[in-house]
Design a protein around this ligand. Structure first.
Ligand SMILES: [Zn+2]
Length: 56
């Protein structure tokens, strides 16, 4: 079968990242549909940390 991300032929058996060819393609696919949620989730602690360290 083929990796849905890079269209490279990939093995199914013994492949922990199936149906993708590699962990990279798996993460790319994950990012495709959860990018918005992920951004919202990480935005809060990130801005909090930045506000706590005024560097100037
Ligand atoms: Zn791939």
């Amino acid at each position: 079968m083929k990796c849905p991300i890079c269209k490279k032929t990939t093995v199914w058996e013994g492949n922990p990242d199936r149906p993708f060819c590699s962990e990279r393609c798996r993460i790319i696919d994950l990012g495709n549909w959860s990018a918005e949620d992920y951004r919202v989730e990480t935005a809060l602690p990130d801005t909090e940390e930045k506000a706590e360290i005024p560097h100037e």
